[in-house]
Ligand binder design. Structure first.
Ligand SMILES: [Zn+2]
Length: 219
C-alpha cells in the first residue's frame, strides 16, 4: 500500500494533461466470451481487461476525448455459429475499428510467464502503421517516469488486432498475472486507476505535442 501511495504522489505532480475534444480513441478489452485469456489462481484476464478498459474510458472522457469500446460487456464479438470463434471475434473487432476510424486504438491485455518474479508493463505497436511506435514508447516512458514497473521496451507485434490497423495502434500488456504481487494490484481499483492515469497522460501529452508541431509557426 505504501508503494501505491508513492506512485499516486508521483503522478499527481506530473505535468497536467491537456484536453483535446477532437481526439477519438477506441479501447479494446482483450478476450471475452468463449475466451478467458490467461487464467491464474482463478483470476481471468478477460474480466480484468474489461475493468481496466472501463476505468481508462472514464479517464479519457474526463479529459474531453471521444471513446468507443470494441466490447462493452463480458461477451466476445463473434457469431456463436462461427467455425473459428477466435478468427471471427478478431475480424469483428477489426471491422468495428475500421468503421469508427479513430485517432488511436489501445488494446488491453495481461501477461503470464513461467518465472513468477517477472513483472511489469510492456507495450507493443503495429509496426506498419505510422505513429504506433511513438505512442507505445510514450506510454512506457510515462510509466518509467512514474516509477512503475516496466518489463521490456516497446516492441513491434503481429498480433492481428493492431496489425493492419487504419490508425496508430498499441497493445498494452498491463502486467503479469503470474506475479503474485502484481496479480493482487491488478485487481484493485486504485491500481487500475494508476494504470489509466499514466496511459491517458502519455497519450494526451503526445497528441498535444503533435498538434503543436503541425501548427504554423508565428512570425
Ligand atoms: Zn491477452
Amino acid at each position: 500500500m505504501l508503494i501505491i501511495a508513492l506512485w499516486l504522489d508521483t503522478t499527481q505532480i506530473s505535468t497536467p494533461v491537456i484536453a483535446n475534444e477532437q481526439f477519438h480513441v477506441v479501447l479494446d478489452a482483450g478476450h471475452g466470451g468463449f475466451d478467458n485469456g490467461a487464467c491464474v489462481n482463478g483470476v481471468s484476464e478477460a474480466g480484468l481487461n474489461l475493468q481496466i478498459v472501463r476505468i481508462l474510458a472514464q479517464e479519457f472522457r474526463a479529459h474531453g476525448c471521444a471513446v468507443s469500446l470494441t466490447r462493452t460487456d463480458s461477451e466476445s464479438l463473434n457469431s456463436p455459429y462461427a467455425k473459428n470463434k477466435k478468427v471471427d471475434d478478431m475480424a469483428k473487432r477489426r471491422e468495428k475499428i475500421r468503421t469508427l476510424n479513430p485517432d488511436l486504438v489501445i488494446s488491453i491485455h495481461l501477461n503470464t510467464y513461467p518465472l513468477t518474479s517477472v513483472n511489469g508493463l510492456q507495450c507493443f505497436y503495429a509496426n506498419e502503421t505510422p505513429g504506433s511506435q511513438t505512442y507505445a514508447t510514450a506510454i512506457q516512458n510515462q510509466f518509467n517516469q512514474s516509477g512503475l514497473p516496466i518489463y521490456k521496451t516497446a516492441k513491434p507485434t503481429d498480433f492481428n488486432l493492431v496489425e493492419h490497423s487504419p490508425c496508430p495502434a498499441v497493445l498494452i500488456e498491463c502486467g503479469f498475472l503470474t506475479n503474485p504481487r502484481e496479480r493482487e494490484l491488478l485487481q484493485t481499483a486504485s491500481y487500475q486507476q494508476i494504470l489509466a492515469y499514466n496511459i491517458v497522460t502519455a497519450v494526451l501529452q503526445l497528441s498535444h505535442d503533435q498538434d503543436t508541431d503541425s501548427r504554423p509557426a508565428h512570425s
